[in-house]
Design a binder for this molecule. Structure first.
Ligand code: KIV
Length: 258
């Protein structure tokens, strides 16, 4: 069964936790879908995980469109969520609509955009025009120049209050999901309790309706770059390196081809 937004909302009402992972290409999207993940996020984190950049700022709408289209091809069940990249939506609600429509045409079920209060008008504009939106608040990596780096957010009571107000305003504007990154667990719990729409957390404690992690962090593909809150389920880098070393040795030693 396809994991529609209605199923997500039902899971929230019934208190069932949901799991999300990023994927950027066909084989990994297929693994994630077949493993039963509830949503697959084509995150602009691909600028870091796939392209090796230090941040996500250079990712273009064309790149997001391409990766969304190849992930969507592989997914039969999970909700497909795609990031609006930096520079593609902030200027005006109209610009956001054009960019979001391109991601929906590429196969996304819902778009994710970063930003709090300044994005409320845009979220309302999209919601009224058949574009489901996930609003990403807290640590918003597209704003790192302004934030001064990948820093936890909502650490003071005043900062936490602003994030709570942003979450409520975005939900009232029509956001279908709110994602919180790197905020205190108590704040994430309060937002999750106050909103009737599902919440997703990353580095935000255990109380959100869903959790998301980056595929490369789960599989240990970039172990030196994984954030402290991520959990590694595989030593992918080690396994891949061993296999490739073995292949090279087999060719050089005449064991392959047999
Ligand atoms: O781009 C991304 O992968 C994300 C997640 C880290 C939430 O936004």
């Amino acid at each position: 069964m396809t994991k529609t937004l209605a199923l997500w909302e039902k899971a929230k009402r019934e208190g069932r936790k949901m799991a999300i992972v990023t994927a950027y290409d066909y084989p990994f999207a297929r693994f994630a879908d077949e493993a039963g993940l509830d949503a697959i996020l084509i995150g602009d984190s691909l600028g870091m995980t796939v392209a090796g950049d230090a941040d996500t700022l250079r990712v273009s709408l064309e790149q997001m469109e391409y990766h969304t289209s190849i992930v969507a091809k592989a997914v039969k069940h999970a909700l497909v969520m795609a990031d609006l990249p930096f520079g593609s939506f902030e200027e005006s609600p109209q610009k956001a609509f054009s960019a979001a429509a391109r991601l929906l045409k590429a196969g996304a079920d819902i778009v994710k955009l970063e930003g709090g209060a300044p994005m409320v008008e845009t979220v309302a504009f999209l919601a009224k025009r058949a574009i489901p939106v996930c609003a990403h608040i807290g640590l918003t990596p597209q704003h790192i120049r302004q934030l001064g780096g990948f820093k936890r957010q909502g650490k003071t009571q005043e900062a936490a209050q602003l994030i709570l107000e942003d979450a409520i305003a975005l939900a009232e504007a029509g956001a279908r999901i709110v994602l919180m990154e790197a905020v205190p667990a108590d704040l994430a719990r309060e937002i999750t309790q106050r909103l009737s729409i599902p919440t997703i957390g990353i580095g935000a404690g255990p109380h959100t309706d869903a959790q998301v992690l980056v595929m490369h962090d789960i599989l240990g593909l970039n172990p030196d770059k994984a954030p402290g809150f991520a959990k590694r389920y595989l030593n992918g880098a080690e396994l891949i390196s061993t296999a490739l070393t073995q292949y090279a040795a087999d060719v050089r030693g005449g064991q392959f081809p047999g």
